[in-house]
Design a protein around this ligand. Structure first.
Ligand SMILES: *Cc1c(COP(=O)(O)O)cnc(C)c1O
Length: 453
């Protein structure tokens, strides 16, 4: 039997654990605060929204957390996901750098999101949850959770940002196909939605608003829990299956990345790839450069303030310390729906603050240009969000070319763009809006930050 065949057949090659970087952080994170008392929140505060197993993972200090067998068995449908060397892209760029990418578009819904959706649905089912509510931007998260809830027999209501609900009917239909109910947000089903619509009947929605609606519905009903597709520690941890596999695959390639790249909306696919490598950097003093790539129109890491803020527009969530553009800021509509979030995962923000990672912001045209180059050389059409990582990797490879350095670059190709071809159409027709960083809007939202001494 060839080694490749062995690799495919031997299930042990899929890592048995997720990686929890809390065990290796050189400096601990700041705790989330209760918005009323401003004291650190405890498990009881979160119990109405999440099953205890996930609350435990949120605060765990254990380095390795075992992936339950039922979750691994579902992962096996598409994991381990492939890691490729982008030789044609290297040739096209004429760079001495080696470029590798981990491809998460092979999952049933075409992105990394099922890695946590399946885990979250499993732990909810274990604790008797009957129904879950959630938000979704472009629909990647909603469709992934719909897939997972269907497997475990849990009902699902998805509050989908209205602009995407109207512009992206296919993902809504995928959710329906999996048996979930999808509602345009802001909706008339919740107090938070009604409050927004009363002020602005034509509001096209945002992730922050949709989160408020989903949280509100879960808080009202003891049989309903809430699920978030990014930002929280346990979500980022579930994604580390990506980096844990990549560590083994880079070993198989007899190589190790000097530079890691990922795109950041809430920070989960980026963390999934980079955290296991960062752990090695902390433990073994490895010299790995880690770059988070975000859109110029929603630049929380590069332009946001590192302060305590709400995770949602309706101010229902705990206060978390993160890079934020202000929870009242509504990012401009772009084709990268998954990157339109006012904040950033507290863990990713912390890593930036302690200098373990850096961040770069890119415009949507240069990102689509990179996406097209990638499709023409490597054959995979990246999701609009993923084009930010492609752009970041190309920029790093061009820097290597300028300096005559043959560094090894690894980036996360977190999803394919098959349901986002309208975005590519707009790019080809020269119809992409210029990147607008709404400085006035951000400053106004920052003035409304909660005041914390
Ligand atoms: C949701 C999504 C993102 C943004 O979320 P992160 O938590 O930052 O990963 C990026 N890319 C794709 C394909 C997505 O579906």
């Amino acid at each position: 039997m060839s080694d490749q065949l062995k690799y495919f057949l031997e299930e042990g090659k899929m890592p048995k654990t997720w990686y929890n970087i809390a065990a290796d952080l050189p400096k601990p994170m700041e705790p989330p605060l209760h918005p009323g008392t401003l004291k650190p929140i405890g498990p009881d505060d979160l119990a109405p929204l999440f099953p205890m197993a996930l609350i435990g993972q949120e605060v765990s200090q254990d380095r390795e957390i075992e992936i339950p067998d039922p979750v691994r068995n579902i992962y096996k449908q598409w994991r381990p996901s492939p890691l490729f060397r982008a030789r044609n892209l290297e040739k096209f760029l004429d760079t001495p750098a080696k470029i590798y990418y981990k491809y998460e578009g092979v999952s049933p819904t075409g992105s990394h999101k099922p890695n946590t959706a399946v885990a979250q649905a499993f732990f909810n089912k274990e604790e008797g949850t009957k129904k879950i509510t959630t938000e979704t931007g472009a629909g990647q998260w909603g469709s992934s959770l719909a897939f997972a809830c269907q497997i475990f027999g849990i009902e699902l209501d998805v509050y989908m940002v209205k602009v995407s609900f109207e512009q992206k009917p296919y993902r809504k239909l995928i959710m329906q196909t999996y048996g979930a109910r999808c509602v345009a947000s802001p909706s008339n089903e919740t107090e938070s939605g009604k409050a927004i619509l009363a002020k602005d009947p034509n509001n096209t929605g945002s992730l922050g608003i949709a989160i408020s609606e989903a949280v509100e519905m879960a808080a009202k009903d003891p049989n309903t829990k809430y699920s978030l597709g990014s930002v929280l520690n346990h979500v980022l941890m579930h994604q580390t299956i990506v980096g844990n596999e990549a560590l083994l695959q880079m070993e198989m390639a007899d190589d190790y990345p000097d530079i890691l790249v990922g795109c950041t909306g809430g920070g989960s696919n980026f963390s999934g790839l980079v955290l296991p490598f960062l752990g090695k950097k902390f433990r073994e003093n490895k010299n790995t450069r880690v770059i988070a790539c975000e859109p110029k129109s929603c630049p929380s890491l590069t332009k946001g303030k590192y302060v305590y803020d709400f995770g949602d527009t309706g101010r229902l969530t705990p206060l978390v310390k993160m890079h934020t553009l202000g929870s009242q800021f509504i990012p401009p509509a772009t084709h990268s729906g998954g990157l339109r979030y006012h904040g950033m995962a507290p863990l990713v923000s912390h890593l930036k603050e302690i200098g373990a990672i850096e961040a770069q912001a890119f415009g949507q045209k240069e990102c689509f240009e990179a996406g097209v180059s990638f499709a023409r050389t490597e054959g995979i059409v990246p999701a609009p969000e993923a084009t930010h990582a492609v752009k970041g990797a190309i920029a790093a490879a061009m820097e290597c070319k300028k300096n005559g350095e043959s560094k090894t670059i690894l980036f996360n190709l977190c999803g394919h763009g098959h349901f986002d071809m309208k975005a590519y159409g707009d790019f080809f027709d020269n119809n992409l809006a210029e990147d607008k960083y709404d400085e006035v809007g951000v400053n106004k939202a920052l003035e409304e930050l909660p005041k914390i001494a």
